[in-house]
Design a protein around this ligand. Structure first.
Ligand code: GLN
Length: 266
């Protein structure tokens, strides 16, 4: 089988499995397997693939047919212009989470040597991006040791100055922090089933808060003692809590016009 045939076969299989992004996904699977770029794949249609490559394409295509996320297949996701390694130990960075970075950069620009902590760092995308762009040290934590291993790998690859701590919530912190950033789990149990099939392959611990909205309320309450600013990603189910807080400074909407990032000033 040559490149063109393998590409056509993969496209066909993904299309039949109702994968909406079948074309680009097929191209990514091919590129990832033969370790070449788009140009090579598209300009070398007659190049023969070996058995190992054909098997690998088949294996990845079968995974994708079950809606296993592309980012886990290619082990890569772009976030704020940086490329992060990802696998199913961490949540895949979302474009809307870049809004946390945007607003933190703005707020930090008015603070001399800002002390920033990122809670529930996952892949490390927020902490690493901020540390690179602000050229400063950042502390990042996660309850999942497995996630911290991914963050560590990303910090090393991207040469970022962050320290990683295995901790649950904010309990490990002392006061005197300027900004706490967090993309906490905020999907409620009853909303989980409604998520797309791709999301179900992501760690539940990164999506569902252990005690529902109580977890989010607790986070805000504790942050009040520790930091001047709390910048937190939210979903529609947190809006009521957020809007009732006397500390809410602003709420930022995402590209689909949903209220997505809450900024608290204490
Ligand atoms: N935005 C995520 C989703 O699409 C949820 C992320 C989170 O819980 N922090 O499901």
């Amino acid at each position: 089988m040559n490149i063109k045939e393998a590409l056509q076969k993969t496209i066909q299989q993904l299309k039949q499995a109702n994968i909406a992004t079948y074309h680009i996904d097929a191209l990514l699977i091919l590129k990832d397997t033969i370790k070449k770029d788009d140009v090579y794949v598209l300009t070398n249609p007659q190049k023969e693939l070996n058995d190992r490559q054909i098997e690998e394409i088949e294996r990845l295509t079968n995974k994708r047919k079950l809606r296993y996320p592309m980012a886990y297949i290619t082990h890569s996701k772009e976030f704020y212009g940086l490329e992060f390694y990802v696998d199913d130990r961490v949540l895949i960075p979302r474009p809307e989470t870049e809004l946390i970075v945007d607003v933190t950069l703005k707020i930090a620009s008015d603070i001399k040597n800002p002390k920033i902590v990122d809670i529930g760092t996952g892949s490390g995308c927020i902490a690493i991006t901020l540390s690179k762009l602000l050229d400063t040290h950042i502390t990042a934590s996660d309850i999942s040791k497995e996630a911290l291993n991914v963050a560590k790998l990303n910090a090393k690859r991207l040469d970022a100055d962050i320290s990683l701590i295995n901790a649950n919530g904010l309990d490990f912190l002392k006061n005197g922090i300027d900004i706490i950033t967090t993309n906490p789990p905020y999907v409620l149990e009853n909303e989980y089933e409604l998520l797309s099939e791709d999301v179900k392959f992501e760690p539940k611990i990164a999506l569902i808060p252990p005690s529902g909205n109580g977890f989010i309320e607790d986070l805000i309450e504790k942050a009040k003692q520790l930091t001047k600013w709390l910048i937190m990603e939210i979903g529609p189910s947190q809006l009521k809590i957020i809007k009732n807080s006397r500390y809410i400074y602003k709420i930022i909407r995402d590209f689909s016009n949903k209220e997505r990032v809450a900024v608290f000033k204490f």
